[in-house]
Design a protein around this ligand. Sequence first.
Ligand code: HAM
Length: 430
Amino acid sequence: MANIKAVRGTRDLLPPETALWNHVEAVARSVFARYGFGEIRTPVFEVTELFARGVGEETDIVAKEMYTWEDRGRAESDKGQSLTLRPENTAGVVRAYIEHKMAETGMLEKLFYIGPQFRRERPQRGRYRQFWQIGAEVLGPPWSGSDSALRDAEVLEMLATLLNELGIRGWRLALNSVGSAEDRARYSAALRSALQPVKYKLCEDNQRRAETNPLRVLDSKEEADQEIINALPKISEFWSEESRTHFEQVKAALNACGVPYFEEPRLVRGLDYYTRTTFEFTVPDGSGLGTQNALLGGGRYDGLSEMLGGPKAPGIGFAIGEDRLILTLQAQAKEVEAKKLDAFIAPMGLGQNPAALKLAQELRAAGLTIEVGEGSFRLKKSFEAADKLARKMVIVGEDEVSSGLFTVKDFAAGEQVKVARAELVGALKS
Ligand code: HAM
């Protein structure tokens, strides 16, 4: 019979690597707390229309990559509905913001999330069909200051802090503004007409984009098309005075905080909700990501709430590809050493199993991390297992149980000592 395997593009995360995932998430949570963010957990599936309206029908994500199914009603009378595994979390967060009337507090909402997302992309290193994002969103009614450039800079400064605290080296922040919704519409029209006469020279994908979503042509990596793309009009020529000022303010605040960035006029990003500031953090070649070098991306979405039928609620956010962050940390050799257990308890003979388990129970209750072996193991096998898992090994034999003096082997020090039961907790902690 053929073995059943994990579905293409999905993977199991196993120890000791999961320790690194937990470390990354713990650092992220601690940074988010310092900046006043609270956690939000939204469902992993939503009605399909949320993504069609929020992310945009013409985006690659919605047009090609979603896991969508028709959810049948249970009873004849129940209407079926189209559901989709979330390909990203911003639309879900804004849906929740509207549904729970969070605007009514009049306050700025600062929300973060950590969870899996799903896109049917061609799997490769750093690109999976189920992947994890660590993201955050800042949104609120305009009078909460949600559209201030200070918020953009605060989010970017927080990201720089997070990446530095994690020990990511060589990151680069690419920054752009796609202008207001009106600027963007004018730019889109200008691109469409600039592309019209040269379109036939482009690759098939870009020919289609030139019609449906000309902004998408800008982030094409197609080598042969670069000359044409570089000669296209730049978004900065279409910024309104307000958009230009906002962008200048973001940059001034970043300069004040000493956060390095470079301007990337072609950075329009692959989702339709963006307005004004857009950004991406990348890592240098050799950081384990190959061509998938975008560690995280984000930007402003001043009109998204209204697009979803909610109140005016400008916002800005980002999502880090956690899988990519982990690959980078591993490649940059910053793997946190999987922490060894405090002790391995080795019963000598099946008869000692109950005593060993009881000792483990007491030590665990005292807060120690403990693994118990098995009485049928030979001493050599116990030593090998203990050495792999724990810093120390406690032998539980007949003599030990009757005398209350336990043999403790310290692997790092290479020594073996006798410890009285009452002193065992202290000895194993040190
Ligand atoms: P995104 O650029 O589509 O933005 O995804 C953000 C990050 O998720 C990417 O930079 C990448 O690291 C990671 N990622 C995306 N697709 C995959 C994949 N197939 N496998 C592994 N990692 C992947 C968003 O999702 C927006 N919701 C970000 C945002 C939040 N904008 C505003 N607020």
